[in-house]
Ligand binder design. Structure first.
Ligand code: DAH
Length: 339
């Protein structure tokens, strides 16, 4: 019996040593320690021994079981570790390889300029107002003192949808909506898209404007000039000067075209300003009392100043861009310049 056990241990040791995978070592465990394993068989054979031999033989079998259990457990652990190591090695990432770079986008120059303009005015106490792009004739024209069939309509070619609805030709329509909705004092800027059937190097059928409106008890042309000068100096540079030229808009009286000194030559005259030293940037004026009355504001008590500027045009001036169409082509090489 003792001999048998000693042999079994020897055989188990060599089986364990020969196991190279977890599956193999598990099979060895079953072979010796399982229900019908060899050691279990030996234990069963104990009943055939002489009673006085049984305690010593039992002890020896138990020792053998402990030893085989310990050896198989140890080998199992080693093999499991080896398998994990191999898996880790296979799945490891080579961090020295170049990655696939994801390029970062950037804001469109017109968005940058629009944001900057809105920020300048909000820093001066203006709030932002918005209106619909599909607008009623009433808000786009009639309330702004441009009656149906009036020649002033020819100033702005228009995409009509029906007799009453159109694609707004200017953000001045938001003025009318704002005045109807709130009481003075009013101080708003209205950024947004506008539409006109024009298309050439300096016009696009869709472009963006920012409208400004102040309505209060004491508002003068001097306030308008001071406000626009501060704005131009913040947007271009501190030395920028502003000049007014007389003009006409049905919704303002008096009306002005506003020029700023050329940001390239500072007024000396260059190619950008066509030798004049000045560049036109916007239209403005004192709100026509008729417009105030149309919108339910007492024109004896309140006065208004208003202005409207084109974002694309301002972007072209600010960055010296000669052709507006480049702003709509979205050539990545051009857009990257503004990162
Ligand atoms: N709405 C005018 C346009 O699109 C721009 C404009 C001029 C707006 C004078 C104004 C203003 O508020 O007072 O050409």
């Amino acid at each position: 019996m003792m001999e048998k056990i000693a042999k079994l241990i020897e055989q188990a040791q060599s089986d364990i040593a020969a196991s190279n995978t977890l599956a193999q070592i598990n099979a060895v465990k079953v072979k010796y320690l399982g229900k019908s394993g060899e050691l279990t068989q030996l234990l069963r054979g104990m009943k055939d021994l002489a009673p006085e031999d049984r305690p010593a033989a039992g002890k020896f079998v138990n020792q053998a079981r402990d030893e085989i259990t310990e050896l198989t457990d140890k080998k199992s652990k080693e093999l499991a570790q080896a398998e994990t190591d191999e898996k880790m090695l296979k799945e490891s990432i080579d961090i020295t390889l170049d990655g696939n770079a994801v390029e970062r986008g950037s804001l469109h120059p017109c968005t940058l300029v629009a944001n900057e303009i809105v920020e300048i005015f909000t820093s001066m106490g203006f709030s932002i107002a918005q209106g619909p792009e599909i607008e009623l004739d009433k808000f786009c024209f009639q309330m702004l003192n441009i009656p149906p069939d009036h020649p002033a309509r020819d100033m702005q070619d228009t995409f009509y949808i029906t007799d009453e609805a159109l694609l707004r030709t200017h953000t001045s329509s938001v003025q009318a909506r704002a005045m109807l909705k709130s009481k003075p004092p009013i101080r708003i800027v209205c950024p947004g898209k506008v539409y006109r059937p024009d298309d050439d190097a300096t016009h696009s059928p869709m472009f963006q404007q920012i409208e400004g409106l102040v309505v209060d008890e004491k508002v003068t042309l001097c306030d308008l000039k001071g406000l626009l000068e501060t704005f131009a100096q913040k947007l271009f540079d501190q030395k920028t000067k502003v000049r007014f030229r007389p003009s006409f808009f049905p919704f303002t009286e008096p009306s002005v075209e506003v020029d700023v000194t050329c940001s390239v030559c500072h007024g000396k005259g260059c190619r950008i300003c066509k030798g004049t030293g000045w560049i036109e940037i916007l239209g403005a004026g004192i709100v026509n009392p008729k417009v105030l009355e149309n919108c339910g504001i007492d024109s004896k008590k309140y006065k208004g100043l208003a202005f409207g500027l084109g974002i694309e045009r301002t972007t072209m001036i600010k960055y010296g861009i000669p052709d507006m169409r480049i702003l709509f082509e979205n050539d990545v090489r051009f857009l990257k310049e503004f990162k």
